[in-house]
Ligand binder design. Sequence first.
Ligand SMILES: Nc1ncnc2c1ncn2[C@@H]1O[C@H](COP(=O)(O)OP(=O)(O)OP(=O)(O)O)[C@@H](O)[C@H]1O
Length: 572
Amino acid sequence: MYLGEIRGAASKFAETISKIFDVDVMIIDNNYNRIANTFIYANDPTPITRYTIIGEVLHTGKVVAVKNKAIYQHCKNCSDLEECAISGLVSVPIFFEQKVIGAIALLVPNNKTSPIFENLEISIDFLEKMSDLLSSKLKNIDDYNKLNLIKKEREIILDMLEDGLVFLNDVGEVMHCNHQFEKFFRIEKQITGQHIEKIIDHPLIHDTIVFRKNFSHKLFYYEEKSYGFYGFLSCHNITLNAVNYGFLLTFKSLGRVYNVLNEASDNKTNISFNDIVGKDAKLIEEINKAKQLAVTNEIILISSEPGLGKSVFAKAIHNFSDRAQQYFVCVDCYNKPYDLLEKEIFGYQINENPKTTGIGKLRMGHKGTIFFKNINDMPLYLQQWLVDIIKTKQLKQGTYKDFPIDVRMIFDTRCDIASLVERGMFNEELYFRISKNIIRIPPLSRRKGDIKIIVDDTIEKLKAKHLKTHLKFDKGVLEKMYGYSWPNNIDEVQKTVELLIGNAKGCNITLEDVRDFDFVEFQGAETKTVEVMERELIEKMLAKYQSKTEMAKAMGIGRATLYRKLRKYGMI
Ligand SMILES: Nc1ncnc2c1ncn2[C@@H]1O[C@H](COP(=O)(O)OP(=O)(O)OP(=O)(O)O)[C@@H](O)[C@H]1O
């Protein structure tokens, strides 16, 4: 700490001491600068150096008292002894955190007596107390600076966070918030002191203030005319010595949660067309077609056998489009109870309260892209709802009824949807709408040339992922893998390589290691026949509907057709 920071206080101290002892008083910092000087009796700005008496005090940290300069050793040898305007001097060091940072010096002018020497011990004690007072003043300033620094650091850290934070006092008034909070809730003015419910009118916030309970990650959805926040709210009480000082509310955006989940599950969202491995001419043709379509708003259907990267294509299309900065939401229709799927897509409402709404993925994907995986598994009544949306660009059902929606739709399927349409198992109009632009990813069996590329690429990626870069696959193993047809495509390549790497004991993967594999076809190929799918659909519908009339209506077929099908599959 620098004594100059309390120059004003030091001057007042000097004046006071000067009046008490009727002498000149000087306060010096540890660089020999005068911080205060009364100059009443001696107007002598002689420079203070290490070799002056005060310099000695600064150097040793010890008190010096010179009543008579003529007999003081330091002064006796001084060349300025005759001209020197002072006859005596008392100086005490000023300490700060055990270091000398300055000194107070009382200068008794020639021909003047001062009470200072009448009781030197008491005078020195008094001066030391003054010195302590000066350093405690400095301490206050130091504490204040440190506090400000901590505050600044806290602000920087809080503003760097991706979560929105707001600190409330115990009645719910804002004490502080970070930039992300202001961004989430479009706050442009100072809100310190305002009640949080004036800023965010939401039942969950209200309950938080009333019940004062800690909780983590409650689904929180808030919508104003011009913006919405979708995510999670956590609340932590701030208590000190059993007294509650308020709350910290933390808002985590759903987009952020998505990204974390995607990262954690290897389900990367920053996928581009460069992530699609393969050199086959038909594949490249389809990639180029996808790129052309990506920059439009066209609906796209991606069709292939399983494990060929339909999801990779869908994300690459989204990231190549103008919507790349917006949400990419995925709804997998495969094997989901219909009511759950309906809620996932169209949202749900708790207790008729519009603000306790599960938002639904369609609404969430507004301005972005929604990817319906396995669209052939979507029930017919939801297919019809999608048709209505495509036609009117408005949500016609769900919690956001009548909401004008701007969402790019991508679909995928492993099936031949046209034959489903023929059998009344898929909405004809939806098929008409989504089949204008079809990306067909060729199976590995029809691009044998890509197998080597994909096997090699997968091995390298998975070796790196498992931190086993030293592993080597013997030539014989590679030859076997290059020659295999991989009926479950790239997914199967990945699973096989992952298994081999996981089981590897030594540094080489040899033919012995793959003996049990023998590259017979793996279980799990989901190339279902239309009959199998039809049977599954009917089973699901039977579980959902009591009445055959309703069931037939939901399936978009007549009652007679339904009975024919039920008889065919031995269900009646
Ligand atoms: N051309 C490709 N290049 C690199 N990786 C690929 C490619 N195609 C697929 N993959 C990888 O294969 C795995 C399966 O891909 P994805 O899930 O996208 O396939 P899918 O066709 O959607 O499968 P399913 O029909 O089974 O849902 C993923 O890990 C993906 O990264």
